[in-house]
Design a binder for this molecule. Structure first.
Ligand code: ARG
Length: 246
């Protein structure tokens, strides 16, 4: 009876056992986070995280199975066994870390803002945005949304399900600034030069990490050693350069 009604956590078994017996590494991410995870027109998933996930699966001799999941529900998806790991540009925050385990940081980023071009010269630093006359946008459940509340409590904040919907508000002039991760903003600004201006000074420190279910030291040990290996043998740099240097 207990097992029927317990809902908190999918598997007490170590993830590695599931991965090896199923012959697949199921990876949760939310496509739409450039350049980490994107969906191509023909339905394939590509990006920095996707290449790492494929490489990781290969190193375990199993197949890579993408699990594209709404950002809002990505931790519950992990907890209920829809995937074995989140490789999705997720910041290691204390709140999240109370629910999941994180492997060591695989990349460090920070928050920046994209402003609408009319504000260029008026808003010269992110600090200028803490003003009730501004409407800010970000994605629900992200560190961008959190940072907006913390750094700009006086401004109005509208949150959207996807980053694409949020940033579009600024690109078409309906909102003043988009608060989000630096790599995303830098790339978006380079692709939409007439529609947004990037203030590229980051004002938070955010380590990104791969998340797994709690109580799984075997998998964490695997992941941390795997990360050291790819950082030292050139695989990480090769994948990094592919997506971050054009
Ligand atoms: N790094 C931010 C966070 O951890 C945003 C990540 C958004 N990722 C995505 N796939 N949409 O909250």
């Amino acid at each position: 009876v207990g097992a029927l009604f317990s809902s908190s956590s999918y598997a007490a078994e170590p993830a590695i056992d599931n991965i090896l017996s199923n012959g697949e590494l199921k990876v949760c991410f939310e496509a739409g986070y450039i350049p980490f995870e994107m969906k191509t027109k023909d339905g394939r998933f590509i990006g920095f995280d996707i290449d790492i996930a494929k490489h990781m699966a290969r190193s375990m001799d199993v197949k890579f199975t993408p699990v594209n999941t709404a950002w809002d529900g990505i931790i519950p998806a992990l907890q209920t066994g829809k995937c074995d790991i989140i490789i999705g540009g997720m910041a290691i925050t204390p709140q999240r870390n109370l629910k999941v385990m994180f492997a060591d940081t695989y990349i460090e980023i920070g928050q920046t803002v994209l402003i609408k071009p009319e504000l260029e010269g008026k808003v010269t630093s992110y600090r200028d945005l803490n003003d009730p006359k501004y409407t800010l946008v970000s994605q629900i459940g992200t560190t961008g949304a959190q940072a907006a509340q913390k750094f700009f409590p006086k401004a109005k904040l509208d949150l959207f399900e996807t980053s694409a919907d949020a940033v579009l508000q600024v690109a078409n002039g309906k909102a003043d600034a988009f608060v989000y991760d630096l790599p995303y903003n830098a790339l978006y600004a380079s692709q939409h030069q007439d529609n947004v201006v990037h203030l590229d000074q980051s004002f938070t420190y955010e380590p990104l990490g791969w998340a797994i279910r709690q109580n799984d030291p075997n998998f964490i040990n695997f992941l941390n050693n795997y990360l050291v290996q790819i950082k030292k043998d050139g695989s990480y740099d090769r994948i990094y350069d592919k997506w971050f240097k054009s």
